[in-house]
Structures are given as C-alpha cells and as structure tokens.
Design a binder for this molecule. Structure first.
Ligand code: PLP
Length: 393
C-alpha cells in the first residue's frame, strides 16, 4: 500500500503542512513561546508575532475590519452566527429569520439549530441539481423577517461555487447581514474581503497547507459580536483563551504562500484537473456530480472533482467501498465530506440536489493539491476502473 503524497487526493478534507510553514511554526514555537498577554519580554515577543501575523493576514485577505482567531472553521462559523444573531435580536418581538442553503457544512447546520432553539426561524434555500443556490427562491426569502444569511461559498462535497458578489449585493440591498463559509475557497482563489462586500467570513488554515487547529473570522469594520465564551478577554473580548501564536504565524505564511502561487500560475489547478476529469468521465459507470466546469468554469472549485459511480448493470455502487478499494491501490480520496464519513452513507448534499437514496450513497470526491504533477495522476483512471470492476462482481 503506497502512502506517498502523490496518491493523496483528499485536499478538501485537509492538506499536508507546507514545509516552509512547518519551519516557520517551529521557529516561532522556539522563539516566541511566551503568553502574548504577559508584560515581560517573553510575552512581548509573542505579542509582536501575533499582531504581525494578524496584520499580514489582514493585508493578504484585504480585510480592514477585525480579524478574530479561533480553533478552526467550525468555531469561526459558530462565532459568526451565534455572535451576530445575539446582536440582532434579544428574544423579544417577532422572531427573525436565518437563511442558509440546503447544502451547508454540518457546522453551519449545527449553529443554525442552536439559533432555532433560541427562537429564530431557520429556512433552507433549495439548490439546483448541480448544487447551485436557487437564486429566485433566495431572493424571495430575503424579505423580512430575514435578518441573517449564512452560505457556503465553495461546497466541499460537490464543488459548487456561489456567485458571491451578486449574493452580497442582494443582501446589502435587503439590509441583511451575510456570513460566508469560505473554508474551501481560501487557498483556491485570492480573497479580497472588503471588495466582496460581505459582513463575516470563516476560514481554516488546514485546507491551504497550514496547520490544523487554527481558524479565522473576518469581519466588516464596525460589526459587533457577542462572544461564545468568556475568560481572559483575548481577541478584543471576542474569543477568550491564550492565543496559539505558532499556529497563527503558520496560518499567515500559508495564506501568503498560496496567494503567491495563485498569482504566479492562476490556472494551475484547473490545468491539472480538467484532463483528469475528462479521462475519468471517459470510463464507463462514472458521471459528474455538481457543476460541469466545461459548461460553467467559474461555478466549480478548481481543484475539485466529484463523481457518482455505477456498476455495468447501472446500479449505484457504494462510494465508501470505492474509497476503501482505491486506498488498497495507494490513492486517498473521499466519499462525500470527511466530516460525515461516520454517519449515514447517504449524502445529505446529494439528497438535497434531488438524487435518490442509492445514488446519494454512490458519491466520491477527488481533490487535488498544489504539489501534484500530471504524472502523479496517471494511474488514477486505471485504479478507478479496477475498483469499479471489483465492486461490480
Ligand atoms: C466548507 C467547510 N466548512 C467548514 C468546515 C469545518 O472546518 P474545521 O474542520 O476546520 O472546523 C469544513 C471542513 O471540512 C468545510 O469543508
């Protein structure tokens, strides 16, 4: 069983640390290990690295508002939704509405359920069969009592990308606050937060070759949030707890590194993905789920392929079985999203896109990394052909 990085095709789940990010983190951990709140030199050294990293991230991501560090995408999403909702409604008078899409990450669904328990009305905007937001339904639902919207910008399982500028403009016109889950998009395209016109945006370092355990919430200037928990008052009171300075420094370098690579070769991922996708679609029994990049290039994450797998008899095969079979041939891919890998085999995302139960359990996802060369991918179509044959018999 091979376990080289060449066969790792699951970058939407997480990515390996970039070597220079690992080196930077080791350096910061050794040289600025103090508590940034301490008044002595050790603390000052750590606080300097912390604030410099924050400034570097603000600059790289074009954010003139506050940046709040968290433990990852899940926590950022909870802080955004619960923190903003508490400022919008105190629980008196008519219940406000939160809009999310029918294909959110479980973290957003969980935060929305918490708000529902507090009295908010939660409405899920339907998606098309490609997983794209139904813009007409969205526009209608933007009317009062909607006060807050949270949408996944790049859908992790089927790769669908929102037309974010247009959506942000509609939210502004309606006077509704917009939070964006950009966890899959960060690292795949340069983000300029202020220019997008959104209010809140969640990111996680581990999807872009930074460390696990560190996330970020970007906010529009002047926006207020109620913290999720109290304590030492770090992060301007928004997120108590001693800051993870080395992880934060690694995050800053990881974002700068990805933005540099994107500016040097903006189409690198698409050029790697599209020939592979074509080869895979030429195989029998494989069809695309989510937007077709040959028809709508800007509607799909550039590193992302999602497929439905059928037997020769046309019956849906188990996506999980395909994943296990491929791993025995040295390729690491995923069925649906990693976060739902222990639950029901039917993907809620494919179900929301209108697929029947058996088909909704037949999805696989291949997501590429910035170290991949075309030659790393040459064996995959043959491996998938073999996996399908083995599982069909
Ligand atoms: C779109 C999306 N949102 C949120 C998350 C949660 O991020 P984390 O695992 O860093 O908490 C993920 C992780 O898979 C994701 O893909």
């Amino acid at each position: 069983m091979a376990s080289t990085l060449q066969g790792y095709l699951d970058c939407s789940a997480t990515t390996p640390l970039a070597p220079e990010v690992a080196a930077e983190m080791a350096h910061v951990q050794a040289s600025a290990w103090g508590n940034p709140s301490s008044l002595h030199g050790y603390g000052v050294a750590a606080a300097e690295v912390l604030e410099r990293s924050r400034q570097r991230l603000a600059m790289a991501l074009g954010c003139s508002g506050r940046l709040c560090f968290s433990s990852g995408g899940t926590e950022s999403i909870h802080l955004a939704l619960l923190g903003a909702a508490a400022q919008l409604w105190s629980g008196n008078g008519q219940a406000p509405r939160l809009l999310i899409s029918a294909v959110e990450h479980p973290a957003t669904n969980a935060a929305a359920e918490r708000l529902a328990a507090l009295g908010w009305q939660v409405e899920r905007v339907p998606v098309t069969q490609e997983g794209l937001l139904d813009l007409e339904a969205f526009q209608q639902l933007l009317a009062p009592p909607t006060r807050l919207v949270s949408l996944i910008w790049g859908q992790s399982e089927v790769g669908a990308l929102l037309p974010l500028m247009e959506i942000a403009q509609r939210c502004r016109q309606a006077g509704v606050l917009l939070h964006v889950d950009a966890v899959q998009v960060a690292g795949q395209q340069a983000i300029s937060f202020d220019a997008l016109g959104v209010d809140l945006m969640s990111l996680a370092a581990h999807k872009l070759r930074g460390p696990r355990g560190i996330g970020l919430l970007l906010t529009r200037p002047g926006l207020e949030l109620q913290p999720l928990f109290g304590g030492g008052g770090q992060e301007g009171g928004w997120r108590a707890g001693t800051e993870a300075v080395a992880l934060i420094a690694g995050f800053a370098l990881a974002v700068e590194r990805r933005h540099r690579l994107l500016s040097e070769a903006p189409e690198a991922m698409v050029q790697l993905r599209d020939p592979l996708l074509q080869q895979l679609l030429d195989l029998p029994g494989l069809s695309l789920s989510g937007p077709d990049p040959s028809q709508q290039p800007s509607a799909r994450l550039p590193h992302h392929i999602s497929l439905l797998v059928r037997s020769d008899a046309g019956l849906p095969l188990s996506g999980r079985a395909v994943v296990r079979q491929l791993w025995s041939q040295g390729f690491a891919i995923s069925s649906g999203s990693a976060c739902s890998a222990h639950g029901d085999a039917r993907s809620p995302v494919l179900t929301a896109m209108g697929y029947d139960a058996a088909t909704a359990a037949s999805g696989i996802r291949i997501s590429l990394g910035d170290w991949h060369q075309p030659s790393d991918l040459h064996g995959l179509p043959e491996a998938l052909r073999r996996a399908r044959l083995e599982l069909s018999t």
